[in-house]
Design a protein around this ligand. Sequence first.
Ligand code: E4P
Length: 218
Amino acid sequence: MKLFLDTAEVKVIEALSETGLVDGVTTNPSLVAKAGGDFFDALAAICRAVAGPVSAEVVATQADAMVAEGERLRRVADNIVVKLPLTFEGLKACRRLKDKGHPANVTLCFSVPQALLAAKAGAMFVSPFIGRLDDIGEDGMALICDIRTAYDNYGLDTQILAASIRSEAHVRQAILAGADAATLPPPWFEAMVKHPLTDKGLAAFLDDWAKSGRGGLV
Ligand code: E4P
């Protein structure tokens, strides 16, 4: 399972990529607006920091303009994936970009039929938004499971990218539900390594070692 960072903050991405555990990055217009600075400079820096896919979203709403924006984004770096909204225009652009050799992440997916359309349009990734479904009283994680079933039933190779992750439970459930990837806000990425018994156990090991009078191993 791939783990992506869901942020446009270059310094945060650079720091966390040093763990060797970051497989990619997702951005969206809201995250880019929040990060500030020059969009294309930031995108280039993110693509240098992370070898895997970096999703960058178009802001046009018509297929022709989406394709043009997608081609502009793809000129930033080879690992750019063009992020397109799940509309008919976005799906048309997805197919056209795919036919030109450009990968796409179809975003704002909230249903199984939408996910089927994204796969039929040739998307490399589909991004179901877990948290935003939970926000309206639906079960976001059930959608991940249902899309997994649908894609497996029909042998569709579009990768399920669990997005809009807002809690530790979302992270755990996305892993268990068979999502191909999850994109995590940096705090949730950092929280993955944490367990109180790990900290407690390590403190006890080091304490016992120190009490034995031994020093470092090298
Ligand atoms: C990532 O691709 C999405 O844009 C992001 O996960 C949305 O998260 P949010 O619903 O918390 O804004």
